[in-house]
Design a protein. Sequence first.
Length: 626
Amino acid sequence: MTGDRYLKNIAAFHLEQQLNFIKPDTRIKIEITPSHWATLLYEAGGKHYPLHSLYNPREEANRWAQSQDDETELFVMLGFGLGYYAEALLNNKERAEILAVEVVGGVLQAALSLRDLHHLAANPRFYLLAGEGEEVLNKVDYIINQSLYKKIEILPMPSYRFIIPEKIKWLQEQLRQKFIQRTVNLATIESFSFTWLDNYTENFLSSLGDNNISSLKNKFTGVPAILVSAGPSLTKSITTLQLAKGKALIVCNGSAVKIFERYGLKPDLLVSVDGDAANYQHFKNLVTEDLILAYPPTIYPRIVSEFKGRRYVITLDTFPFVQWMDYLCDRQTINIRSGPSVANTALDIVYQMGCNPIIFVGQDLAYTGGFTHAEGATHREEIPQENRDSFLQVKGINGDTVLTSRSLCSMKTWFEQYIRNKAQESRFFINASAAGAHIEGTHVMPLTDALAKWCREDIDLKLLKKDTKECKEEKNLSPERFYPVLTQLQLARKDLGRIMTLCKEELDKKIAATGESTRVTWEEFETTAKYFQAIDKKITGMPVFQYFMLPEISHVLETINSFLVPKVNEEKGLQEKLKLLVDTYALFSRALVAYGAHLKTNLNKMVDDLEGYIRALERKEEKPDE
């Protein structure tokens, strides 16, 4: 009987691929409590620890569940045990979803053998994952990625804090980092949805005339690079950087350029990526004639238009419409990794240029001394003492504990993952910041020692300033090169009109008519669903949707895919099922119409500007001597 129950539970939870993990464990013993409910004893260090109450496991779980936050929408439970805590949460938090992650195979084997858990497997609000290490972490991350708009809480099973503390601590920290990363990315997507496109439209022609950073790929192989950020500790290091001039490629983030100017220093390469107007403050009144800028065409436009020095355009991996335009122009590009900060992007630039070692300076990722930036930085602020309790504490570069924020912690996580992924490629990463957070994977070294060891020879930086063969080929500005771009932009504008028509005259009318239905048959529901799906297929198949619209309404699609679609599938009542389906496509249509109205203006300007640009090139070809 127990064997049948075990196999049925395995099938119900679709755990067939985890059988190597779900095995009996001699450290685990079953005990029946006075309330007649089973508990488990786990042997560790010669002692037996109960996973649940030795008297009444269900009552204990119920009290625990009642004490949890009523506003939480997704509980991530680290530990399933015999399922009592999951059942209690489902009963007490009727709006919440529960994701239970069992990391002890023997415990899960006992649970699947002892109890009939079909009621949990059938509950649409409950998920069960099993495994350990990166494998199970990736599965959890996938579900979290579908729940970006929900309030999420991590809840270790109480007994696991004592039985397997190191494993639970590791899981909590890894999940915390992923939550931070998701939150920061999501906030950025929502707040810049129009700004990125508007900036690209303004920078469109300028970026066509600038060389792509791909012309510098691997041109600086083996050359040391110093990546300078405006963390508070830069104040201590800025004068020492003068010793590195001509001995290393000094790359400065936009936020640090005013500090360089203040000390009479000039970086070899300046990197800036932010699209908001606040980024312009770093460049306002800046003398740029002798500087070199690497920028994406989605940057704040005045930075580009007022920059007098040489410019390299970079193609970030987050903007499909930029990559598409580059492809149509037959432009040689490399995708540069984007991240939460310009410093993350700058790291990938120097890496792809071939630099080694890469030395971090001023990369505090913490509020060193209670400040946000170094002295002289445009946005330097002091963190009020009364606000400091709300920040995070992480391991410092000097072995101490430092104060940081979620956004800075997200940048730190990005660096660590990047360095980890490059571990087999014989690159050396040095953290020579004078203070701040420890970045795993870097070698900590004082800046003076790093310069003495790695930056002793003179290096040739002329390649940054002169046109390489690749640069000259790229600056072939014949009108024929831009005819395909113009054709595709005109087609995109036409297709956008088709999308707006489909939304207003097809989707919206069907939505209004369907909303008046009082009685629904299954045949009517299926007919309506197929009608919506056909229009959906038409819209999503158009290039203008794929390259321009999809990235900018991604947060709406996340909501649809992670919340509305599952609800439609789960709902049994036809009337409510149809209502949810209508709500799904109504949200889709509203997002397309709202963004489409804005996109129409941008496409019109891009077409007009490019037509004028091509006419100017044609006239130049006709009268080359003028």
